[in-house]
Design a protein around this ligand. Sequence first.
Ligand code: PLP
Length: 444
Amino acid sequence: MNDIGRRGFLVRTGLALGSAVLADACPPAFADQLLPQSGSRKSQFGNWDAIKAQFPLSPQLIHLAAFFLASHPIPVREAIERHRAGLDADPIGYWYEHEKKQEAKVLQAAADYLGVSPTDIALTDSTTMGLGLLYGGLQLRQGQEILTTTHDHYSTEISLRLRAERMGATVRRIPLYRSLKAVSRDQLVDSLQKSISSATRIVAVTWVHSSTGLKLPIHEMAEAIQSINRSRSEQDRIIFCVDGVHALGVEDFHLSQLGCDFLIAGTHKWMFGPRGTGLVWGHPKAWPIAQATIPTFNIQAYDLWIENRSARDLPPSIHMTPGGFHSFEHRWALDEAFKLHQAIGKANVTQRIYELNQQLKHGLAAMPHVTLHTPISQDLSAGIVCFEVAGMTPRQIVEKLRQRKIVGSVTPYATQYARLAPSLLNSPVEIEKTLGEIRNLRSS
Ligand SMILES: Cc1ncc(COP(=O)(O)O)c(C=O)c1O
């Protein structure tokens, strides 16, 4: 087994690795190692450096906040430039020629990647737009409530608050755990299950918390919800909604097997899609609960309006794809991002991100002046690592690292941590260098 294979095996089997072991496994030449092949298909990329070379990122910096907003890789950039030139030369002509074809291509690429039907996907401009439109448009009956958690991002919390203020829905927020140190998958599922009441119609959670790096066991939570749903009528069935933005492009999953009803995500973070793109996927049985707010500009829907005919029979995902005109050069380049991930191989992506995160977390956990908040286990974490350094504020940590050309971020929440997110744009050598700088951090 080569190094990538051996380390991936250790990560998958959950065996704890000491930092020394990891350091030994990371010679400088590691970044040149071949990518494992994805299934029977040989990856078009020979090594991880070839993937990083797709991005015009500053080579002076170690990019550990790349999930914040994507840098466009070559195929995405080229597609954007192609569409931009066409639109600039003849906006209406190019639009009529490409709109239907390009949108279908984007939906098909997203559907292939997610393992679902393209007719169940609505296109948005961001996670926030998807959350706002979905949570604002879910139809609830009198007495039905929305259950959410105290760990969600601003965009979920405010979407639900606006919804409650506008339409009077009850939103109940619960903590899923007391201490991150002792958290377990069973406890997370149990907390959710126990909090569900007969009034609960919607459950709204975030798959990977950008506040701590904690990853929820979404599949197990979905199973627990399904077991409650067995004794409920269709009208009272719990609808399980997941902000999946920090899982999409990190976790190796098929939506058809995940078990949630809606997945909302931007595609301009880990997916490397064009900035200003995102999607909402809904299970065909769940979509009817969602009512659109912004008129779609789908050509079929528009033609039916012109002919004074009902568009009710069109898939709900079409109505949930908001019009009017968009920055089409970005939207129509999104298929390239999905294709890039497929070319690398979903399993390879996950394995690489896990390995780099393991390296970082084990290194941080071994430092006496550092408190690591993100669980070490990849069962409970994905690609985000949150920590504190004794005697320093998170802002000071991030600023000091920036002075040393390492780019991190501060969690934008009431409780703040320093946050680093090893991704496909990093190498083990960069993680070692980052650990070295954190080792030297002192409060002076
Ligand atoms: C968990 C989570 N959800 C939603 C968002 C907002 O994403 P977007 O920029 O795609 O709206 C963020 C961060 O920006 C986030 O961390």
